[in-house]
Design a binder for this molecule. Structure first.
Ligand SMILES: Cc1cc2nc3c(=O)[nH]c(=O)nc-3n(C[C@H](O)[C@H](O)[C@H](O)COP(=O)(O)OP(=O)(O)OC[C@H]3O[C@@H](n4cnc5c(N)ncnc54)[C@H](O)[C@@H]3O)c2cc1C
Ligand SMILES: *[C@@H]1O[C@H](CO)[C@@H](O)[C@H](O)[C@H]1NC(C)=O
Ligand SMILES: *[C@@H]1O[C@H](CO)[C@@H](O)[C@H](O)[C@H]1NC(C)=O
Ligand SMILES: *[C@@H]1O[C@H](CO)[C@@H](O)[C@H](O)[C@H]1NC(C)=O
Ligand SMILES: *[C@@H]1O[C@H](CO)[C@@H](O)[C@H](O)[C@H]1NC(C)=O
Ligand SMILES: *[C@@H]1O[C@H](CO)[C@@H](O)[C@H](O)[C@H]1NC(C)=O
Length: 534
């Protein structure tokens, strides 16, 4: 009692003391840092109008604009001391130089879709700042040589829209969500529904512009092939700030076909799912059939599993129906389920926009409904039996808010060597699973509860997925699979998540690149590539 009341008495004073001390230190670091930035930036491109500190009234709205996971939109989420909305490469160069002088942790944010918020959040207690790339978003298409230069602050929707503006027979094989940023997505692998035909985004990148730890602007030739390899799948964060990528466009027919049919667990779903896992990676490369599961209530209020099969086919509907009914008759596809459209319309369809939505919707950076969420990933290397699927459905119903997406591999993915890019999950993988749990309630307690559900689901899935290591997809960032404290065991700590994301050979090669380009580990986060010496 006595101790408690003394504590109660002095606690508020302690808080005031701590708070005023830390804010005093912070504001002076902030002042020194912003002074350095103003001093360092190229005078022809003033930086001051791009600097936001807690004293600028628009700081919260600028910070929140690219938070795509409301789990990190809490008052307890650590805040950067400065946000720089870079307008010119010299702003990024100044940021790197001044951050080293003032020993600040730097975060680069493009689209802000990192599932653990690592482009704007740190768990390290260090003062940090954010370089926000959203204003560096040019997309310059050349249909003549079938390439484009894309700045990393552009969104995928902008890239797709600009391609379609110039040609209805070109496309780019990247992600499904139009608001995802080029910076994180391309550097981390980037897949979408063209992957069975053309591989990942990184399999179609031909050049890049990067600002290194010395503030030097490099291209593929001047950075060399090792660093270029590393930033096409090894994540951008460990190596520098990527300013732009040059991509190779791919060809699509003027008319493609889509469908999205729904089946429920009252319709022999385990039979359908079992057949899917036997054929989805072996179908013609022109077809991509995703399989997703969630839990709904039927008319009697009983929980049932709903499966959907969103599909893209690079051809006409008659050929698709024939192909599906030959290899996957269990799905029962009918011609009337199919819709023919242009590739750019299929991008909207796949993201559940209603038919006829103008393609300008792809340019919108706002308006999507956001939730707190947690994502995990797995790879399937052996077919899952009918009983296996029944077990999975049972567990999904026992837990809450479970969503599982199965993405088919095979096709072009199996033809590319696992060493061609840091992303190693090529031949031998049937599918990747994405686990998603999202919820409505705000607050740390609700988050704990739902995160626990997805961890339990992940545990239940152990018998069905890859082992030693249990592989994971870098762009589905998941801090549960290991974090790095960047102390003296950094290399060994990095192996834990590094082998899952990249496998051993690619992880080691990434650490060698890291050691040569950023030996003092300036560019880092909880899951970055450590140097070899550590
Ligand atoms: C709704 C949604 C849908 C998604 N759909 C897909 C999908 O279909 N396919 C797929 O592959 N993935 C998908 N993802 C995952 C997505 O690819 C990754 O989260 C990706 O990293 C996001 O890139 P970003 O630029 O938006 O993220 P950010 O949060 O800005 O960045 C992610 C990481 O990259 C670093 N980074 C960002 N920009 C740069 C840069 N210019 N230079 C150096 N480092 C940089 C950041 O510091 C951070 O570590 C999806 C994510 C969400 C939220
Ligand atoms: C933020 O406030 C500072 C100090 O008043 C000012 O110099 C700076 O230009 C402001 N930033 C923006 C983006 O307006
Ligand atoms: C994030 O939090 C702020 C402050 O509580 C709130 O005003 C804002 O609407 C939230 N963002 C979203 C997208 O809900
Ligand atoms: C695209 O073109 C514009 C105008 O010529 C130029 O300013 C921009 O730097 C180019 N972007 C890239 C990524 O090359
Ligand atoms: C489910 O499968 C059984 C056995 O194969 C079959 O008899 C039945 O008609 C199927 N039901 C549906 C709804 O497809
Ligand atoms: C989830 O929470 C339960 C109950 O608190 C606990 O027993 C279990 O270990 C947790 N599971 C995981 C995977 O975190």
């Amino acid at each position: 009692m006595a101790i408690m009341s003394i504590f109660n008495l002095i606690f508020p004073f302690l808080l005031v003391l701590l708070y005023s001390q830390s804010s005093a230190t912070c504001s002076s670091i902030t002042n020194r840092f912003t002074r350095c930035l103003n001093h360092r930036a190229d005078p022809s491109f003033p930086i001051n109008g791009q600097l936001y500190t807690s004293r600028n009234s628009s700081f919260p709205s600028v910070f929140q604009a690219y938070i795509r996971n409301l789990r990190f939109n809490e008052s307890t989420t650590p805040k950067p001391i400065v946000i720089i909305t870079a307008l010119h490469p010299s702003h990024i160069q100044a940021a790197i130089v001044c951050a080293k002088t003032h020993r600040l942790l730097m975060k680069t944010r493009s689209g802000g879709h990192d599932y653990e918020g690592l482009s704007y959040v740190t768990n390290s207690n260090q003062p940090f700042f954010v370089v926000d790339m959203f204003k560096l978003c040019s997309v310059n298409i050349s249909i003549e040589d079938e390439t484009a230069w894309v700045q990393t602050g552009a969104t995928l929707g902008e890239v797709y829209y600009r391609i379609a503006e110039k040609s209805n027979t070109h496309a780019f094989p990247a992600g499904i969500c139009p608001t995802v940023g080029v910076g994180g997505h391309f550097s981390g692998g980037g897949y979408g529904n063209l992957m069975r035909k053309y591989g990942l985004a990184v399999d179609n990148i031909v050049d890049a512009q990067l600002i290194d730890v010395n503030g030097k602007l490099l291209n593929r030739k001047s950075m060399g092939e090792e660093l270029f390899w590393a930033i096409t799948g090894g994540g951008g964060v460990s190596f520098g700030v990527i300013l732009a990528y040059k991509i190779k466009l791919v060809r699509v027919p003027p008319v493609v076909t889509v469908f999205n049919i729904q089946r429920t667990s009252q319709q022999n779903l385990s039979t359908i799912a079992h057949r899917w896992i036997q054929v989805a990676d072996k179908l013609d490369n022109d077809v991509f059939v995703r399989m997703t599961f969630d839990v709904i209530n039927n008319r009697n209020g009983k929980k049932i599993i709903r499966a959907t099969f969103p599909t893209l086919y690079l051809g006409k509907s008659a050929a698709l129906v024939k192909l599906m009914n030959k290899d996957f008759p269990q799905l029962g596809l009918k011609k009337s389920d199919c819709i023919e459209m242009s590739w750019i319309e299929s991008v909207l369809f796949y993201r559940d926009f209603s038919i006829g939505t103008p393609t300008t919707a792809l340019l919108s950076r706002t308006g999507e409904k956001l939730n707190p969420l947690k994502i995990k990933s797995d790879y399937v290397k052996e077919p899952i039996s009918k009983q296996g699927f029944e077990f999975i459905f049972k567990k999904m119903k026992e837990l809450e808010n479970q969503l599982l997406d199965f993405n088919p591999y095979g096709g072009r993915m199996s033809e590319i060597s696992e060493f061609a890019k840091p992303f190693p999950h090529r031949s031998g993988n049937i599918a990747k699973i994405q686990y998603e749990v999202n919820w409505e309630e705000l607050g740390v307690e609700a988050a704990k509860r739902y995160v626990n559900f997805t961890r339990m689901m992940y545990d239940y899935m152990t018998p069905f997925v890859s082992k030693n290591p249990r592989a994971a997809f870098l762009n589905y960032r998941d801090l549960d699979i290991g974090v790095n404290s960047h102390g003296k065991n950094a290399y060994a700590e990095g192996m834990i998540y590094g082998h899952k994301y990249f496998k051993e050979t690619n992880y080691n090669r990434l650490t060698m690149v890291k050691t040569s380009v950023d030996p003092n580990n300036f560019f880092r986060n909880e899951q970055s590539i450590p140097t070899l010496s550590s």
